[in-house]
Design a protein around this ligand. Structure first.
Ligand code: ATP
Ligand code: MG
Length: 479
């Protein structure tokens, strides 16, 4: 694939910076502290996790930036076919798909040896003749993007110099990530070109674009198809809606996507992907993908079975900090993640721990996504031994080597009730990483004791009060 069309104009880069502005930090300077951790007290420090929760696009991007590998999944795939009488294919190798040689070469050049679990089922369905529509859901990192990129590249006719595949992404950054995958996989296809329909990418009026694949955000794509007429939507053969869950969390994107879909020909293949499948996503999916096949892959379940859980009774924030110091004084802890409820507490705690001589990394929602990714990367590499974070910021992040999790604040939802799901996600492990783990919960009031009891009841797993007698036992896990 030719690379000239990949170069980003300066105003596109500005647009990128702008679209990150909802991460609250654009105009403010962030400076690393002596330990390299980025600590930035800010007016936003009071923001609670709930407000951070909104930023699903940032979360999705963060996951991609720090992910090094395919997320393997051993769960069964659930397939619902539009035509239950047609045979159901799944493939165990890329050869079986009879891809064009240049494409197979591209796949192997990316280091893919065999299809991922979701790809095994989704690829034959997407490549079947006549084309079929598909709604697919599987956890982040399981290979959805790679799957539809392969489908687009298979259907495209390089000799035809007009857009044939259209892919919608929720943000500029996510579009760029997917564009990268298209570029890599299409590397041995020099005649194939890609255009970015993103804010700031200005073309001359009256122009028609010749790139065969267009990836962009709904607003700009809609303009390009209707008002500006850069794209003839009637010639689109494959329409992809990626990250549908993130899409619908963004104001306006749902309507714009539907309006684009309405302009496409009836026989256009419609494909929709999502990492989650709550009701709202499902409803949206059905609106934009007529007569779909549906593929779902359940998340692997996390359990508390291999986790030792304790609590420490304190009466204030300072006492919790003291208890934490005592713990560190008593045992050797290789690496720990510490969760706080607010950004304010997190940055206070990180500063206090630094004063005590710990190498602390702080992960906070006020940082830009790339900075967050860099912090996690450093922690992964062991450059810092303690990672202090708010809950939302670390949602969905697997730092598998961390055996110690400390809930400096217990996880609660916005109504102040125990957030069991988050508790499980913070400290649980899937069977595959079934190593032992240690969780220490800091309790500082009757109220938080009550929360702890409810969490205990929910999981029907005892959380014991930490005693000096336990230290030998927990040191074995912590180190
Ligand atoms: N068959 C495969 N073999 C090995 N690695 C793969 C395979 N398919 C995808 N990957 C790699 O796995 C990672 C995740 O893939 P991909 O981005 O397609 O997942 P996704 O399901 O789209 O995730 P998200 O929901 O975050 O967008 C990427 O680094 C990708 O290169
Ligand atoms: Mg994806």
């Amino acid at each position: 694939m030719a690379t000239d069309s990949w170069a980003l104009a300066v105003d596109e880069q500005e647009a990128a910076a702008e679209s990150l502005s909802n991460l609250h930090l654009k105009e403010e300077k962030i400076k690393p502290d002596a330990n390299g951790a980025v600590v930035k007290p800010s007016a936003n420090a009071e923001k609670t996790d709930e407000e951070e929760k909104e930023d699903r696009a940032a979360q999705s991007l963060l996951n991609k930036l720090i992910r090094s590998n395919l997320v393997d999944n051993t769960n069964q795939v659930e397939v619902l076919q539009r035509d239950p009488n047609s045979p159901l294919y799944s493939v165990k190798s890329f050869e079986e798909l009879r891809l064009k040689p240049q494409l197979l070469q591209g796949v192997y050049a990316m280091g893919f040896n065999r299809p991922s679990k979701i790809q095994e089922n989704a690829l034959p369905m997407m490549l079947a003749e006549p084309p079929q529509n598909l709604i697919a859901q599987s956890q982040s990192g399981t290979g959805k993007t790679a799957a539809f990129v392969l489908a687009m590249l298979s259907r495209v006719e390089p000799a035809d110099r007009y857009p044939q595949c259209l892919c919608l992404s929720p943000t500029y950054e996510l579009a760029l990530q997917t564009g990268n995958v298209i570029e890599q996989m299409g590397k041995f296809y020099p005649e194939l070109k890609l255009a970015y329909a993103v804010r700031g990418n200005k073309l001359e009026r009256g122009q028609k674009i010749s790139e065969q694949i267009v990836i962009g955000t709904p607003g700009t794509v809609l303009d390009w198809c209707s008002k500006l007429k850069f794209i003839d939507p009637k010639k689109i053969k494959v329409f992809v809606l990626d990250e549908a869950d993130v899409m619908i969390a963004t104001q306006g994107h749902q309507d714009q996507s539907i309006r684009i879909q309405r302009m496409l020909p009836r026989n256009c293949q419609m494909l929709l992907f999502s990492a989650t499948f709550e009701d709202s996503v499902w409803k949206f999916a059905q609106k934009v993908v007529p007569d779909p096949n549906v593929i779902k892959l359940k998340r692997e379940e996390e359990t508390l079975d291999t986790i030792k859980q304790y609590y420490v009774l304190c009466s204030s924030r300072d006492e919790k900090f003291q208890a934490l110091c005592n713990l560190y004084g008593a045992i050797t802890i290789a690496q720990a993640m510490i969760f706080c409820h607010t950004r304010k507490t997190a940055s206070w705690l990180a500063a206090e721990l630094s004063k005590e001589g710990h190498q602390v990394a702080l992960l906070s929602g006020e940082m830009m996504v790339e900075q967050r990714a860099a912090v996690i990367e450093r922690f992964r590499e062991g450059k810092e031994k303690v990672l202090v974070t708010t809950n939302v910021c670390a949602r969905g992040i697997d730092v598998e080597q961390v055996s110690v999790v400390i809930n400096f604040d217990l996880p609660v939802d916005k109504d102040g009730n125990p957030d069991n799901e988050t508790y499980l996600h913070r400290i649980g492990r899937t069977g595959r990483f079934g190593k032992r783990g240690l969780a220490v919960n800091m309790v500082d009031s009757k109220h938080s004791m009550n929360i702890l009891n409810r969490i205990q009841e929910h999981f029907n797993k005892k959380i014991e009060r930490l005693d000096t007698d336990d230290l030998d036992e927990i040191e074995k896990i912590a180190n």
